[in-house]
Write a protein that binds this ligand. Sequence first.
Ligand SMILES: Cc1ncc(COP(=O)(O)O)c(C=O)c1O
Length: 366
Amino acid sequence: MPDSTAIPLSQRPDMTVFLNGEFIPADQARVGIMTHALSYGTGCFEGIRGYWNPKAEELYLFRLREHYKRLHDSCRITNIGLPYSVDELIEITAELVRRNGFRENCYVRPFAYKSDEIIGVRLNDLTNHFTMFTTQMGDYIATDGLRCGVSSWRRVDDNMIPARAKIAGAYVNSAFAKTEALQNGFDEAIMLTAEGHVSEGSAENIFLRFGDELVTPPPSENILLGVTRDTIMRLAQRELGHVVRERVVDRTELYIADEIFLTGTGAQLAPVIEVDHRPVGSGAVGSMTADLVRLYHEVVRGQRAEYSDWLTPVYGAQGKATNGAHATNGAHAANGANGAHAIGAKPAKATSAGRREDAGAGRPKK
Ligand SMILES: Cc1ncc(COP(=O)(O)O)c(C=O)c1O
């Protein structure tokens, strides 16, 4: 399979994307240059990972249900009508990945957005469209120890652009912080709230260890409620017996913590070994962080049966029987193998938040 970073997705006839109720070749997906979301950032998205387990010959999509519940919440906040239920989104995602035939780690990006080609910024009385693509993905940021800098850019407030919604336009705030960090020689930014409390990284939540206690800022600190954050809180408590507390964190606590790590779908679990040129703990990756990294990687790859509810297997028995088709390309070869798989794919014609039009479950056009 060609390196997805070398050829833009829009030039890949061999890749399948989902756009307005149809699975189509990626090079046929067109979005107008006047699109509202392109001009104003009026869209909500998710970032989801799939992990390939070579022994099981299975690709596991991680915590789809939680990602799609959050997408629904983001859309409610942003007045974007999403024409698919959580269950339908899960089915569309599995089908999309199947059609692309990945037998390696991948990433899925669903995006619900205002599609009108008009001038004028608002959220009401506009058309909502939905698209989804998938691509191969390795590690997003270094996982052997990050050097972070506290950003001079403050995190957007709930009454500015709500951080609990994953809104496309809000990522300019993250981009300012990340750019400043990189240009100052750091690997990643840590953002503070307007009040000066620790909020999160540019695209990650943050955890600090003090003794046996793991601390992370609460939802009121303008964080995105991360799926990985929730995963780590549960694993730290259940598997390792640590106390996990959500509480307000001061900037200077970053300088005295025993361990710090960032969590996110992209970053996974990334140890922080330095903040503002001060070593975190001993300056090496801490033992609690290392334990959680190990555990997390086992869970997402389906090596811990007790967490299998968090995983959506893409291929299942059917996929293993038709590996040949999936191994090459999905766009067309996988269609036959998946013909029996009914999906509630519908044209996205909802025009206002929460309202679902054309709600009857139908099979997508092939
Ligand atoms: C701003 C921000 N915070 C936190 C996260 C982590 O969220 P999750 O673990 O659900 O990927 C992300 C990742 O998308 C993010 O963009």
